[in-house]
Design a protein around this ligand. Sequence first.
Ligand code: ZN
Length: 136
Amino acid sequence: MLYTPKYILVAELDKKVCECSECKKFRVLYNHSQMTESQDEDICDSTSDIIAVCSKCGRMYRFDMKYIKNGKDQKRTVSKVREISETNSQVREHIKRNYGSYEALFTIRSEDFITKIVEEKEVKDGKYTEYVYMEK
Ligand SMILES: [Zn+2]
């Protein structure tokens, strides 16, 4: 199953990201991920390039995030984060352009996103998927 978070919760992260004191979560605007999972979907390892906005102050950030699932254990780690200095509309324009540049093998529609599957292949003991989605 694809890992497609709608939010990144501050409580899940191991470091402080947003300067504002009220920040509890970030809404994901754009996500480009590469994921490997086991046949039974019990083990999953993904790296994501995410653009998300603080739901309190509206500052936008770009995250390099790793998500690891092993059975019931899940962990998200931010390896790199930077604040985006462009305006809101510039960022949305940029996101649209990036998203549009990916050719989809097929798409998956959910309530919140239309996810483009960019690459999918069998790997040793599992499956590799590259996908991209943006907020509707
Ligand atoms: Zn904030």
